[in-house]
Design a protein around this ligand. Structure first.
Ligand code: ZN
Length: 242
C-alpha cells in the first residue's frame, strides 16, 4: 500500500492542492493534524481532506483549540487571533469533523500522533532528548508525527538508548528500519527555510519513505490572508519558510 502522509496543512488550500497533484497515485492518506489555523481556507481544506481515499486523520493542537477542546489562551497572541478568525469562519460540518478526530491512531505497523506519542496534541519533538524518551511511548515499528513543521527522521540506538536525527532531502527514498519516528514536514506552513510544501509517501510493503517538496503559488495565499486581516507575521513567513 502506498500512503500519502500529510501534516500541518493549516488552512492553505493552494499548497494542499499542489501536494495532491504532485503525490499522483496513492492508496490511502494519513493526515497528522493541524488542518486549520494560520491560513485563509479552513472549510475548503477540511472539505478536500474529508474526501481523500481511505483517510485516517488525527487531531492537532490548532484543531483542538478551534473546536473548543483546548483553551486558545494557551497560544501566543498572533496564533490566538488566527484561531478566533477561524472559529468565526468555520462551517458547522467542519467543526463537527474536527471535534470527532482522535488524538492518536495505531495502525498495523505505525502509530500516528500530531506532536509525539507521549503527549499527542502538545509535545514538540525538536531535540534528541525528547525523541529518545518518546521511543518508550509507542510499540509499533514506526511512529509518524507532525507539529514542528520540520521534516526529520529519528532512529534509536538500542544499546546506547539514544536517538539519532537525520534530515531527509527532497526526493530521497529511505528504507525505514523498525523503531523509527518520522515527520513529513508541513504542507501549509514549512519552517525549515524551504517555503515549498512538504509531504511524504510511505510504502508499507517496502517500508520506504520518500519526502517530497512542491512549489505552490504563495502570493495567492498571502493575498487571501491579507484580505481577511490575518496576522502579518503569518503572511510574511510563508514566503521564506520559517
Ligand atoms: Zn502546526
Amino acid at each position: 500500500m502506498k500512503y500519502l502522509i500529510i501534516s500541518d496543512i493549516h488552512a492553505n488550500l493552494t499548497a494542499l492542492k499542489e501536494v495532491l497533484r504532485a503525490a499522483k497515485d496513492f492508496d490511502a492518506v494519513w493526515c497528522l493534524g493541524d488542518l486549520v489555523g494560520y491560513g485563509p481556507d479552513p472549510n475548503e481544506c477540511i472539505d478536500t481532506i474529508k474526501e481523500l481515499p481511505n483517510l485516517s486523520c488525527i487531531l492537532g493542537n490548532h484543531d483542538a483549540a478551534i473546536s473548543n477542546q483546548i483553551n486558545p489562551e494557551t497560544f501566543n497572541q498572533e496564533a490566538r487571533a488566527s484561531i478566533h478568525w477561524t472559529k468565526k469562519t468555520l462551517a458547522e460540518s467542519s467543526l463537527t469533523f474536527l471535534q470527532n478526530l482522535p488524538e492518536k491512531i495505531e495502525m498495523e505497523s505505525v502509530t500516528l500522533a500530531h506532536g509525539s506519542p507521549r503527549r499527542p496534541v502538545w509535545e514538540y519533538l525538536l531535540d534528541i532528548q525528547s525523541a529518545t524518551e518518546n521511543f518508550d511511548h509507542f510499540i509499533t515499528p514506526f511512529c509518524f508525527v507532525g507539529h514542528t513543521h520540520l521534516p526529520v527522521i529519528y532512529t534509536i540506538n538500542e544499546v546506547e538508548k539514544t536517538a539519532r536525527l537525520r534530515v531527509p532531502t527532497s526526493e530521497e527514498i529511505l528504507t525505514l528500519s523498525p523503531r523509527t519516528i518520522v515527520n513529513p514536514g508541513s504542507v501549509g506552513q514549512p519552517r525549515d527555510r524551504d517555503p515549498r510544501a512538504s509531504f511524504a509517501i510511505f510504502d508499507s510493503i517496502a517500508n520506504t519513505w520518500k519526502c517530497q517538496r512542491v512549489r505552490y503559488n504563495i502570493s495567492e495565499v498571502q493575498s487571501r490572508m491579507a484580505s481577511n486581516n490575518l496576522p502579518e507575521r503569518h503572511i510574511l513567513r510563508l514566503a521564506s519558510g520559517w
